[in-house]
Design a protein around this ligand. Structure first.
Ligand SMILES: NC(=[NH2+])NCCC[C@H](N)C(=O)O
Length: 510
């Protein structure tokens, strides 16, 4: 198999001579200096970003509060299926890059290649997207300085941060993420008070669910529908939750994977789920979906619904404070973006699926070429300087979200195959360090909906043809297909046969 030739295999051979601990650290070249809590915070850092803080506004405006809530709960279930699947595999086989490695080993090296590069693509693009969002947020205070200056400053800072030893990075990310979590909790408490009558609107309750209503009519060229509105929320919800799966990417860098990974996964999932659903619930009961600010946000991503809630309540300085926090939120997401695309590229190089230079680490374990290359794509943020910044922003958001759904679907695929091979070899799943619940149904459920959502993400083009919408909705799928076919044609890989699947390499306990 191609495996024989990969640098990773040779790495492992050298490692066999070293002590058990060295095998753990040396296997990836990255150091195992992160703990479970760091993983969790990196995942939280990447997840709580533009999606929750800005994207929810547009979704509420178009679909109404009930659709928003149901959409976030529903995608939460899909995320759950992905997270527990990943947890089961990663706790058993902690390797850097995690799921692309599983795809290569359990299904087909070509699948690992295409999945890895599409995932890498989604994060590199998100870096640019988030830098732009940061610039837009600052412009709330002053437009005297060009947005390009902010993008440049943040690009330098967050690229630089990723060159630090990973331990410092993990520590910094923990602070950033904590600020976000505290903000969201603060917002929820604030939302309760405002709803109960603390603001200038008096007691609100569910008033806005009656007028203007719980569901909005989603309008596409004359045709309108409530279900369509709900369905349109799913892409935004998906984008918002994406990043949760990062817990698995850092798997190769944790000190005690068997314990740390399941715990980190559990905390990340439940933390994200509760805070996301809580946030969209309180946004949805405190802002009428036909609010003018909200409707204009849907057009130009200009104001966060969190800021709108504070504005409606008539609290003076609060919008500024929330804006400041949003800035840190989006910036921390930006630095996690680089971390994530760097590690995915490293893992691809490690598997022999990207140039070996991306594997080079310095003595602190930083894969510096990889960091440099990934952050270069963040410079795409400067494209947003054009007039249609908001349009470009929405485009990138959609492209990224679809890429994310492809990756989630493939995590489900890997898990289904993982379970199959275990059962063929007579190894009970109960012997695993972490066992995903409701299997195999949950993984099938996740796979079905991930595919359905990504295939229907561009449904509006079927109602009214629009080339640019078609492109935005399906370019990630096209890219994925091109990567897949391209790799197949050049390398002529074969699907990994069940009996050849390697379940031992990368394990901490054999
Ligand atoms: N597949 C991806 N890389 N998606 C990007 C996720 C972005 C993140 N959830 C945010 O709201 O900012």
């Amino acid at each position: 198999m191609a495996d024989e030739k990969t640098p990773r295999a040779s790495n492992d051979r050298t490692n066999e001579k070293k002590g058990a601990e060295d095998v753990e650290a040396g296997q990836t070249g990255l150091t195992r200096s992160l703990q479970g809590r760091h993983l969790q915070f990196i995942a939280i850092g990447a997840t709580f970003g533009t999606g929750l803080f800005l994207g929810t506004g547009g979704a509420l405006a178009k679909a109404g509060p009930a659709s928003l809530l149901i959409g976030f709960v529903f995608i939460g279930l899909v995320v759950y299926s992905v997270m527990v699947a990943l947890g089961e595999m990663a706790a058993y086989m902690p390797v850097a890059g995690a799921f692309t490695v599983y795809a290569s080993r359990f299904v087909d090296p070509t699948l690992g290649f295409a999945m890895g590069w599409i995932y890498w693509f989604s994060w590199s693009i998100t870096f640019g997207l988030e830098l732009t969002a940061a610039g837009l947020i600052i412009q709330y205070w002053t437009e005297a300085v060009s947005i390009g200056v902010w993008i440049a400053i943040f690009w330098v800072i967050f690229t630089g941060v990723n060159f630090f030893p990973v331990r410092y990075f993990g520590e910094m990310e923990m602070w950033f993420s904590s600020i976000k979590v505290v903000t969201v909790i603060g917002f929820i408490i604030f939302g309760i008070c405002i709803n109960a009558g603390a603001g200038q609107q008096g007691y609100i309750g569910f008033r806005y669910w009656t007028y203007p209503g719980a569901f909005a009519e989603y309008v596409v060229s004359g045709a309108a529908g409530k279900f369509v509105g709900f369905w349109s929320v799913l892409i935004t919800a998906g984008f918002s939750y994406q990043g949760s799966e990062l817990v698995g990417i850092g798997a190769g860098e944790t000190e005690n994977p068997r314990k740390a990974i399941p715990q980190a996964i559990r905390w990340t999932f439940w933390g994200n789920f509760i805070l996301f659903v809580g946030t969209v619930f309180f946004i949805g009961i405190n802002i009428p979906y036909d609010n003018a600010d909200l409707q204009s946000t849907a057009q130009n991503a200009s104001a966060s619904p969190l800021v709108i809630v504070a504005k409606l309540a008539g609290v003076q300085v609060l919008p500024d404070i929330i804006n400041a926090v949003l800035l840190t939120a989006v910036l921390s997401a930006a630095s996690s973006d680089v971390y994530s695309s760097t590690r995915i590229l490293y893992a691809l190089a490690d598997e022999g699926l990207a140039p070996a230079v991306f594997k080079k680490t310095n003595r602190f374990g930083t894969p510096y070429w990889s960091v440099a290359f990934c952050s270069l794509l963040g410079l795409l943020a400067f494209l947003n300087l054009s007039q249609s910044g908001a349009t470009v922003f929405n485009w990138l958001l959609n492209i990224t979200a679809v890429a994310g759904f492809i990756v989630w679907a493939l995590i489900n695929v890997c898990h289904l195959r993982f379970m199959k091979v275990l059962s063929l070899r007579g190894q009970p799943r109960s012997s695993l360090p972490y066992v995903a619940p409701f299997q195999p149904y949950l993984s099938w459920f996740g796979l079905f909906f991930n595919i359905l959502i990504l295939l229907t993400s561009g449904f509006t083009v079927f109602i009214e043809w629009n080339t640019s919408d078609f492109f935005v909705s399906y370019v990630s799928i096209l890219l994925f297909i091109v990567l897949y076919i391209g790799h197949k044609v050049v390398f002529r890989t074969k699907m990994v046969k069940m009996e050849n699947i390697d379940l031992t390499m990368g394990r901490t306990e054999i």
